[in-house]
Design a protein around this ligand. Structure first.
Ligand code: ATP
Ligand code: MG
Length: 256
């Protein structure tokens, strides 16, 4: 299983949008995909139409090891797409991870028994927290959605720092898959100055080490496509799927 985190260490950067739409896209292309919701806000869980019952195992129990990981995996209404859900209680795992002494490597260890998925996409929370460290430790690749704004540039730099820190002490070997500029604003046929400056700054900062993928344009369509079984293609906007097509090609070439 190839583990990819959608991570960006600020709020509202498009992490959940990218995680859910990429997972749906890859599942539609025939990959067997596992989406892990690792944000106590549980937005990905909600978007996939899953409601957590009080006695149901979630990512919390899976990380703590009080259930077998397989028991926290649920089918969704989308074929080829399974989910390890989250709910608000996931916040409790922060203290548990920090006192475990092995927080950064815990999720990777827990995911090892899973053999039936090709790709795991992890939706991350915005904070630089214990959850974020365990996701970096579990990741083969980090995909960074970053708003095409000054805040988004800052989020990219924070995320790169967090990954470097864990790679330096060798609890992670995550590589950067690339940046996907989010809410890229255009007026008519022209990209706004702010978007252009921020995307150029992202390219400069990455300096060829990782790609800046085609952007997610500012558009209500993505919000519509994120819920339930719909996809951008089914909504009649296949061209808006282009960023996911490109990322999926890169993932396919890595898997080969
Ligand atoms: P958080 O840090 O809270 O987890 P996030 O990084 O996961 O946020 P999203 O929830 O994916 O970010 O997106 C932030 C907001 O942008 C959401 O309200 C979402 O509906 C909206 N949004 C998604 N796609 C687009 C788009 N293409 N254009 C404009 N807004 C969008
Ligand atoms: Mg989110």
């Amino acid at each position: 299983m190839l583990n990819i985190a959608s991570m960006s260490l600020s709020g509202g950067q498009g992490k959940t949008t990218v995680a859910v739409l990429l997972a749906k896209y890859l599942a539609e292309q025939g990959s067997n995909v596992l989406l892990i919701d690792s944000d106590p806000q549980a937005n990905a869980t909600t978007f996939l139409g899953h409601s957590v019952e009080s006695d149901e195992p979630t990512l919390l129990e899976a990380i703590k090891g009080t259930v077998d990981i397989e028991d926290a995996v649920y089918e969704t209404e989308i074929s080829n797409l399974s989910l390890i859900p989250a709910d608000d209680a996931l916040d409790q795992v922060q203290d548990w991870l920090s006192s475990s002494g092995a927080g950064a490597v815990m999720l990777r260890k827990r995911l090892k028994p899973l053999k039936s998925h090709d790709i795991c996409i992890m939706d991350s929370p915005p904070q630089r927290s214990q959850i974020c460290k365990t996701i970096i430790g579990a990741s083969d690749y980090i995909l960074m959605p970053c708003e095409s704004s000054v805040k988004g540039f800052g989020s990219m730099v924070r995320t790169l720092c967090a990954v470097d820190e864990l790679n330096d002490i060798e609890v992670s070997s995550a590589q950067i898959l690339g940046v996907i500029p989010f809410r890229d604003r255009w007026v008519g046929n022209n990209r706004t100055n702010e978007s252009q400056l921020c995307i150029s700054a992202m390219e400069e900062e990455l300096d060829g080490d990782a790609p800046v993928f085609p952007t997610i344009r500012e558009s209500e369509r993505y919000k519509q496509a994120i819920s339930g079984k719909t996809t951008l293609k089914q909504l009649g906007y296949p061209d808006l799927e282009y960023p996911f097509e490109v990322i999926s090609d890169v993932i396919r070439s890595i898997k080969r």
